[in-house]
Design a protein around this ligand. Structure first.
Ligand SMILES: Nc1ncnc2c1ncn2[C@@H]1O[C@H](COP(=O)(O)OP(=O)(O)OP(=O)(O)O)[C@@H](O)[C@H]1O
Length: 448
């Protein structure tokens, strides 16, 4: 078969094994070709041990920091993103030099940042602490910690901390909360490799060797390890309670579902510093959309501004998932790209009120002609949620429902701040680790 016989227009002969980067990710402006054992940094310092995952615009690696004798995560961003993203600025704002262990900020800590050059360009590299996701909706992992009242309080602390630094997240959902990994640094990387066993690798063969720069791609792509499952099996003490929450992912969001069909543009950041500049496109999965974004998009098909207050709404929906009761909102994006236009009526159900500006839209929805959402429906809904929480063994179901309802307010101006939520009766008796002075710092919008 000659090269021209390939009907597939990709450069490489491999078919997107799960957890691997898309074909043709290795080209000018694309991903950094990395193989196991490579040492990155200037001077060379971080030895690549295993693949942790692939983001929309990056690969993430488990690496050994040879200088500090610790195990870290290396996020290596594609070249065309370097210099475009605000992720570095945001991570630096959230990094606390030499935090006291009992006062560790609940945002993932940036340990180092540098650039590395490959045949595909210059790549930004972030070195961060290792985390395991509390709950990954797309990954069935045996690591599923029990989310207690204490863990929920820590998620609020995390939000209060980033808000106090002037940052709005914009992509808050369970996968963007992680747990710090403790005490993993004691092991040599040889010991870690031996315990992990051989990595799953997929050879990367160009269809036509002459058309591809041999330095632009690695000899193989790696399957990603399930860090949570690995630690649980081999080093359960590293992920055992007391759990220490980290808020994650201040980087680029993926294009919305329907936009993928229409355009391919540069990625954009979701988290931003709320300083009067326009908010970026809101990118959290639709179930977690705040009303101030959901309604304009559903009814008018326009993007609306958002800020820290939108994170409060998303966090309340996230609570529902974190305690194991997935799916507060039974709505999925339409594969044809239509926005989940049911969201506003579902929000009305959650809150038991219809804002004046929503009335025409809500009245136009078929479902309302038969079944208007009235406060009784709302009360019934929350009663069911409470019972569901009780069945799941959640701490203090009525208290959690009260807290969520306090956060799920349609008017963002009436929502409590994250700092105020720390005083909620639900959290009485749990320990507050975040220095109050930093939580109460007012950010640029006046929303702490
Ligand atoms: N600090 C870390 N410790 C352990 N694993 C990590 C760490 N950071 C990222 N990962 C793993 O790498 C994967 C990719 O992470 P990354 O932050 O690049 O993208 P993402 O959050 O999955 O998606 P997107 O790029 O669309 O925001 C994650 O799903 C996670 O499994």
């Amino acid at each position: 078969m000659s090269d021209s016989d390939w009907s597939d227009d990709s450069l490489f002969m491999f078919s997107d094994p799960n957890g691997c980067e898309p074909r043709d990710a290795y080209s000018n402006g694309g991903l950094c070709p990395i193989k196991l054992g490579d040492v990155l940094g200037d001077p060379p310092r971080y030895r690549i041990i295993s693949r942790l995952g692939v983001g929309s615009y990056s690969t993430v690696w488990l690496a050994c920091d040879r200088l500090m004798s610790r195990t870290v995560a290396l996020k290596v961003v594609e070249a065309k993103q370097t210099g475009q993203s605000k992720e570095l600025d945001v991570l630096q704002r959230l990094t606390v030099p030499a935090p006291v262990p009992s006062r560790t900020p609940r945002a993932i800590q940036l340990l180092d940042a540098f650039e590395t050059t490959s045949a595909n360009g210059i790549h930004q590299v972030f070195v961060t602490e290792l985390v395991v996701r509390i709950l990954d909706p797309w990954c069935i992992s045996p690591f599923q910690p029990r989310v207690t009242k204490d863990v929920l309080r820590q998620t609020v602390e995390a939000l209060a901390f980033i808000h106090s630094r002037g940052i709005a997240h914009g992509d808050l959902y369970p996968a963007n909360f992680g747990l710090a990994v403790h005490g993993f640094d004691q092991l040599s990387n040889t010991a870690i490799c031996e315990m992990m066993g051989a990595a799953e690798i997929f050879p990367l063969l160009p269809h036509s060797p002459d058309s591809v720069d041999p330095n632009s791609f690695p000899p193989y792509v790696c399957g990603a390890m399930d860090l949570g499952a690995f630690l649980l099996k081999r080093f359960p003490e590293t992920v055992a309670p007391p759990l220490s929450v980290r808020i994650l992912d201040f980087g680029s969001g993926a294009l919305r579902f329907w936009q993928l069909f229409n355009q391919l543009s540069l990625p954009f950041d979701t988290a931003y510093v709320v300083d009067g500049s326009p908010s970026p496109q809101y990118e959290t999965p639709v179930h977690y959309f705040a009303p101030e974004v959901a309604f304009p998009l559903a009814a008018l098909e326009v993007d609306a501004p958002w800020d820290q207050r939108s994170d409060i709404w998303s966090l309340a929906i996230t609570f529902h998932d974190l305690v194991g009761a997935q799916g507060i909102c039974p709505i999925y994006p339409d594969p044809r790209g239509v926005f989940a236009e049911f969201l506003p009526e579902y929000m009305v159900l959650l809150c038991g009120e219809v804002p004046d500006t929503w009335r025409d839209y809500i009245a136009s929805r078929e479902v309302y002609s038969d079944c208007p959402w009235v406060p009784e429906h709302t009360a019934k809904h929350w009663k069911q949620v409470e019972e569901f929480f009780a069945d799941l063994g959640v701490d203090d179901p009525p208290g959690l429902v009260k807290l969520m309802r306090r956060m799920l307010v349609l008017d963002p101006a009436k929502r409590p701040t994250a700092a105020e939520l720390l005083d909620d009766p639900y959290f009485v008796g749990t320990k507050i680790d975040v220095p109050r002075s930093s939580v109460l710092l007012r950010c640029a919008t006046g929303h702490a």
